[in-house]
Design a binder for this molecule. Structure first.
Ligand SMILES: Cc1ncc(COP(=O)(O)O)c(C=O)c1O
Length: 420
């Protein structure tokens, strides 16, 4: 089982010999999507694999939300929705959510409902990025940001962060990355894949640089409800001068275990939202009518299931981090949010076992797939090739077993013993 490195596009045919657009050929498959499909195929072939790939909660969607969807179908809410950018009662509920959770006031003309947060982000990029414009993106980053910018012929400008800095971009780094071509910064707290959560003072410093530079922010806050210990979520839009230049992105997928329902939303300046709605009207029209009624129930109904999932994720995180930290050669910091761990596995580069050479994250990920029967996602897809991402959206017993198998597979490799 082998992968191709991600620093070259997946479609490598010379551009002049294909009928297809440079845009389509020049971007990558989503690294998480590719790993997800691959793990699924192996399982279908009967391989006894533990997949720690998924970027989705393993919980079922809460029953009250399913019931609301069933009720929407029964009462004939099965047509295009008006307006396409979201049913008014859902937009109202989203405004109330922002007020309640983030202290942010919006009118309904500042809200758009989309087919997942992924579409919210892409619509904003379509509206904001002209060819040659730069988008500052701190790495490690969620896999889709860079390619969505490239799809609009923009340039992702990557700001590197590492475990020592808590995977958080500083205001000084942001300042240095600014150029006259900078259009926006794409920002994610809590972060996928690192789980990093920015503190109040860090956000304040970043907000000052952003306001002075007069650039836009796309603030992806989709993991807002999944924060552990004493950390708190603050939206960067709540700092002076930021709300009028920030698109806050959120969605139902992660907090309410609703990845398949495809509901995301954004809140921002009315002009930006109006143009995003125009783009959406030419691509998907509205997100599924039934999903919108389900989302309305999710945001306005009982919230206990969100807290239950959060507490369960927290226990799994503690186990996962403790087990990974005990493996020689792996360093793993404790993530403050989301449901991923992002261990540094670079101590294994240069090791070999039989004819298996481990040169990079892709090799080690393949090695773990073959020898430990555990699937993760190589860090290079997140702009961080010294790491692998494991999701802890899996049962405790699966996590225990996966870590037993990883430990066993890695131990002879780290000691340099040949032939597993
Ligand atoms: C950081 C981040 N943003 C956005 C999304 C997209 O979520 P949705 O399912 O709402 O499109 C994901 C999904 O993995 C994510 O991890």
């Amino acid at each position: 089982m082998r992968n191709t490195p991600r620093d070259t596009p997946t479609d490598t045919e010379p551009l002049s010999t294909t009928p297809f657009s440079n845009r389509a050929l020049n971007i990558h498959e989503s690294a998480t999507g590719t790993a997800f499909v691959r793990a699924g195929e192996l399982k279908r072939q009967g391989v006894d694999l533990i997949s720690l790939v998924a970027g989705e909660p393993d919980f079922d969607t809460p029953q009250n939300i399913k019931d609301a969807a069933i009720q929407a179908i029964a009462s004939g809410k099965t047509k295009y929705t008006m307006p396409a950018s979201g049913i008014p009662e859902l937009k109202e509920a989203i405004c109330n959510k922002f007020h309640r959770d983030n202290g942010l006031s919006y009118n309904t003309d500042q809200i758009i409902v989309t087919c997942g947060a992924k579409q919210t982000i892409f619509d904003a990029i379509v509206v904001l990025i002209n060819p040659g414009d730069e988008a500052i993106i701190p790495a490690p980053y969620w896999v889709s940001y860079t390619d969505q910018v490239r799809l609009m012929d923009g340039h992702p400008v990557i700001v590197e962060t590492d475990a020592a800095s808590g995977f958080r971009m500083t205001a000084e780094q942001l300042q240095k990355a600014l150029t006259p071509k900078t259009k926006l910064v794409l920002f994610n707290s809590p972060c996928n894949p690192t789980g990093a959560v920015y503190s109040e003072s860090e956000l304040q410093d970043l907000a000052r640089v952003i306001a002075d530079a007069g650039i836009y922010v796309i603030s992806d806050e989709i993991y807002e409800k999944l924060i552990y210990d004493d950390e708190i979520h603050i939206s960067i839009a709540s700092y002076p001068g930021l709300q009028e230049r920030t698109l806050v992105v959120n969605g139902l997928s992660k907090a309410y275990a609703m990845t398949g329902w495809r509901v995301g939303y954004g809140a921002g300046p009315p002009d930006l939202i109006r143009l995003m709605a125009k783009i959406q009207s030419q691509e998907t029209t509205n997100t599924c009518s039934i999903s919108q009624y389900a989302a309305l129930e999710a945001l306005t109904g009982p919230q206990e299931s969100v807290e239950h999932m959060r507490q369960t994720f927290c226990k799994r995180r503690d186990l996962m981090v403790e087990r990974l930290q005990a493996i020689p050669g792996i360093t793993c910091s404790k993530p403050a949010g989301a449901f991923y761990v992002f261990p540094d596995i670079s101590a294994y580069f240069g090791k070999s076992s039989g004819d298996r050479q481990i040169s990079n994250d892709l090799d080690l990920n393949d090695f773990l797939l073959d020898k430990a029967r555990v699937a993760g996602v190589p860090g290079s897809g997140f702009g961080a090739p010294n790491y692998i991402r494991f999701s802890y959206a899996a049962r405790i017993d699966q996590i225990q077993q996966a870590l037993d198998q990883i430990e066993q597979a890695l131990s002879p490799l780290y000691e340099g013993r040949p032939n597993l």
